[in-house]
Write a protein that binds this ligand. Structure first.
Ligand code: ZN
Length: 241
């Protein structure tokens, strides 16, 4: 198929040409990417701090953070997050710069890791933490759902987008603006009956205090869910432990 081969050659030439004027750079360290690198350079991929507790749950920072608040079965995070690091650049890109594909890619890598654990095998579905509808409209995607899609590529687990934000409740109208926001930000609604499921994973981009997971957990429990809950994030904040 010489015509196809020629088309491939032209595409390569075009990419080289574009790289010359619009160099693709590593989202973590901002240096130019090599031809085979995508989003994150090999050096950063190797050196960025990985959370790595999915195989040894006794060391899970997610579990430690939620101790006494939420019973966590399995847990996993791809990166350890601290400010002014490449991981912060990655999270920023995913949130504000059309980082849909990157969230998906990290999900793919996380999925490869998760396949090596026993606790992940029994998961019936991945539940992405929802965004505020207005925010989702502006951004055009929910990064947690994109992360789920990447995990799904490697693990074939179902994605259950069944949580939504509860943005209008009667009691909030009387509250002051800040209190109202505090009340709203982690208030969820479950849109489907999952009481027959045995094991689900809540999935978010980054965990800092754990308040979001606590609220999501409470929503599931108050709606009759009695199965196991695991937690998977792109990154876990190492401060505030
Ligand atoms: Zn880099």
């Amino acid at each position: 198929m010489p015509a196809l081969r020629n088309a491939g050659l032209y595409i390569n030439l075009l990419n080289d040409f574009l790289d010359l004027f619009y160099p693709r750079v590593c989202i973590s360290c901002n240096t130019a990417l090599m031809k085979n690198e995508q989003f994150i350079c090999y050096t950063c991929q190797y050196h960025l701090p990985k959370a790595n507790f999915h195989k040894n749950l006794e060391d899970s920072i997610i579990r430690k953070k939620l101790l006494g608040r939420v019973p966590v079965f399995g847990s996993a995070a791809y990166y350890l997050f601290s400010k002014k690091t490449g991981v912060q650049n990655i999270l920023h890109h995913i949130k504000y710069k059309q980082g849909k594909e990157l969230a998906n890619k990290i999900g793919y890598w996380m999925g490869e890791e998760l396949l090596q654990t026993d606790w992940f095998k029994t998961i019936d579905g991945l539940i992405p933490i929802p965004l505020h509808p207005q925010k989702q409209l502006e951004r055009g995607y929910n990064q947690s759902e994109e992360y789920c899609k990447g995990i799904q590529k490697t693990t074939d687990k179902s994605i259950l987008p069944i949580l939504s934000k509860n943005i209008y409740t009667k009691t909030q109208t009387k509250k002051k603006r800040y209190e109202r926001w505090e009340n709203v930000k982690d208030n969820f609604i479950l849109n489907s009956d999952i009481s027959t499921l045995q094991h689900i994973a809540l999935v978010d981009d980054v965990m800092t205090t754990g308040a979001t997971f606590e609220a999501a957990h409470n929503t599931l429990i108050s709606n009759g869910y009695r199965g196991k809950i695991s937690i998977i994030t792109i990154a876990i904040a190492t401060h505030l432990i």
